[in-house]
Each structure stands twice: as C-alpha cells, then as structure tokens.
Design a protein around this ligand. Structure first.
Ligand SMILES: CC(C)=CCC/C(C)=C/CC/C(C)=C/COP(=O)(O)OP(=O)(O)O
Length: 363
C-alpha cells in the first residue's frame, strides 16, 4: 500500500494483465462494430466517406485498401460488456458501441486540428493530409451519424441512450475547452486538471460503460453505477495518456515525441510537479513561465534536449510518480464501483481485465 499527496491510501500493485483475454475482448468489440461502422461511414457524401475511411485506416493516403491502425477500440469493448452486465446479449450494445466510437473519432479529428498534431495512429492526421475543412466536416459528420444511428432504432431505450451520449459529448467539449484554456494559464490546480480530464475523457468512457446496459433495458440506477466505473476508468485512462504524452515511445503511441510538452499542455504530471514545491518544481515553474513568452513557432523550434530537460524536471519534482499513483487510485475506485451492480462473475472479471489493460498500456 502507498499514500497519495492527497493522503488517501491506494493499492500500489500494478495489475497483471490477461493479455490474450483483453485482446479477445477488444477484437470482439471491433468485429461486431465494424459492419455497422462501415455502413455508417458509407452514408457520407464524397469525399467525406473516403476521408473517414482514411482516418479509420481502411484505406491509405493514396486511396488503396489498407488495414491501418483504427484505434484500440476500448470503448466498443466496454459498451458490449455493459450490455452483458445488465443481463443482455453483447449484440444489444452494438449500436451504442458504434455511436460512442463515432463520437470518440469526431473528437480526435477536431483535437488533432486544434493541437496542430501531425501524427495519429502512426500516420498523417486528416487535417494535415486533407486540410482543416475536411477534418472539421468529417468530425461533425461522425457526431451526427452517432445520433442518427441511435435514434433510428426508434426505441425508448435508444432515446435514453442518446440522451446519455449527448450529455457525455457536451462534457467532452467542455473538457476540451478547459484543456485549451489551461495551456495559457501559468497555474492550474490538480483539482482543476482532474475536473478537465473527467470531462474530456471520463465522460465518454462513462457513457461507453453504461450505454450497452441502457440499450439492453437496464434501469437508470444500474446504468449510473456502470457510469461511475467508466468515469474512474476514464480518469485512469487519461492519467496514463498524460504519462505516454511525455514519456511514451512514439513507435508505440503513434504520435510525435513530446507532443504534450510542445503544446504547453497542463497535463497531470506537469500540474502535480508544479504543485509539489521544492527546487525542481521551482526550476520547472521558471522555465514554463519563460516558455509562456515565446510564440508557438519558437517553442516548436526547440530541439529534443530542451523537452527532455523539462521532462526530467517534471520527474524530479515527482510529477511522474504522482500521476502513476493517481492512475492506480482511479483504477481501484473504478473496480470498487462494480460492487454496486449484480452481474455475472465472468462479465465482472472482463471489466476488471479491461481496466488492468488501461493502466498498463503503452499506446
Ligand atoms: C471536442 C474535442 C475536440 C474533444 C477532444 C477530447 C479528447 C481528444 C480527449 C482525449 C481522449 C483520449 C485519451 C483519446 C485517446 O483515446 P484512445 O487512446 O482510446 O484512442 P484510439 O482510438 O486511437 O485507441
């Protein structure tokens, strides 16, 4: 056991992952979602259908069929398990799985444009290859498709699912707005950072973890418990994302090196390091204050060593360790939330396995 800077006791054990079991869960989500996702994308007018197909890795930059990385598909896997947690067949969760994945990809398309990121899933981002207008339009279209797919089911459950997805999307947008505004704030508190991450990442994972149950006929109380699991899992997911954004291997993450530092992100490791106090924390604060006076182009011109030295200071001030502990604390809270729903033991074990994967992932 160990203690966080907030004084709570958390398990410090790094979970062992059932890699084969998790791969099978992710693959099942991908396989059941794929036909519905392809059909949805096929509804888009050219050239948006092809731009979306490129984003999902189904075609390459020249328009040839491809099997590119279309993402880990954590959210579809969650949506199917959520249907099973409510006693329904996994298939009941498929429209929810696809809808959440569409909203997720809408957010990635817009996020890459806003951040000026040139690499996603190991290839050129849509805005870089096809221009900002296509990134905006295809993102908007994926969002519309998500709602269209759910609403055309025409059931009461689909109406409830759409309501939850719309609220999650609004929170995701709130979180993105907070994230961007924090880039230009000298100080962001740990609480503000966690609230922002709960919005930008927690809300959609919470929705993924409950939407299958809603579509499978679960009551709101059951859905709310599953949502709590997904929310904390989302916070663990984002904490790991923040670690990967600084110390991840670009060959695994599929993103540029030091992407978060290049964009002045007040991610958890940075915020925790600044809050820690002490010589490394103060040196970091001084450097970031000087960075704030530079233009984005000047910052982008920095060589690797400049970012490496910032990363080293964040680590020395304790930001890396604090964030890993926070990921494990949120993981433990997510698992505990599962006690609030009576579900088949195997489904519970699979929800735990997915959470294990989230905290140890390298991409
Ligand atoms: C409105 C707007 C622009 C919002 C942006 C919100 C945003 C991008 C939040 C970050 C969420 C996140 C951790 C994405 C990576 O997911 P992942 O690792 O599951 O990605 P994958 O599908 O590639 O595996």
């Amino acid at each position: 056991m160990s203690t966080t800077t907030r004084g709570e006791t958390v398990t410090s054990a790094i979970p062992a992952v059932d890699t084969a079991g998790v791969s099978a869960l992710l693959e099942r989500g991908r396989a059941l979602a794929a036909p519905v996702l392809r059909d949805a994308v096929g509804r888009l007018a050219p050239p948006m259908d092809a731009v979306a197909a490129y984003h999902f890795g189904w075609i390459d930059a020249e328009g040839r069929p491809a099997h590119g990385d279309s993402g880990k598909a954590v959210r579809p896997a969650l949506a199917l398990l959520s249907a099973e947690a409510a006693g329904a067949a996994p298939q009941a969760g498929v429209p929810g799985a696809v809808a959440v994945e569409l909203v997720h990809n809408f957010s990635l398309l817009h996020d890459d444009l806003m951040d000026g990121d040139e690499q996603r899933r190991g290839r050129e981002t849509v805005w870089k290859l096809h221009g900002p207008a296509q990134a905006i339009l295809v993102g908007d279209a994926l969002f519309a498709l998500a709602n269209e797919l759910l609403l055309e089911l025409g059931t009461v459950e689909a109406g409830r699912a759409t309501r939850r997805l719309t609220t999650a999307t609004r929170k995701l947008i709130d979180g993105q707005a907070q994230d961007i505004s924090y880039e230009h704030r000298e100080r962001v508190t740990v609480a503000e950072c966690l609230e922002m991450e709960g919005n930008k990442t927690g809300a959609l994972l919470a929705c993924a973890a409950s939407i299958g149950a809603v579509l499978g006929g679960a009551d709101d109380k059951t859905a709310d418990v599953l949502e709590a699991y997904g929310h904390h899992l989302g916070l663990a997911f984002q904490a790991v994302d923040d670690l990967l954004g600084i110390w991840g291997d670009p060959a695994s993450t599929g993103k540029q090196t030091w992407s978060d530092l290049r964009q002045r992100k007040k991610s958890l490791p940075v915020v925790a390091a600044l809050a820690a106090g002490g010589p490394a924390s103060e040196r970091l604060a001084g450097i970031l204050a000087a960075d704030a006076k530079l233009t984005d182009a000047q910052l982008a011109d920095f060589d690797e060593e400049e970012f490496a030295s910032r990363a080293a200071l964040i680590e020395e001030a304790g930001g890396r360790e604090w964030t890993s502990r926070e990921a494990r604390r949120q993981y433990a809270t997510a698992i505990e939330a599962l006690n609030g729903v009576d579900m088949p033991a195997q489904v519970r074990a699979q929800l735990v396995a997915l959470a294990d994967f989230v905290v140890v992932r390298k991409r």
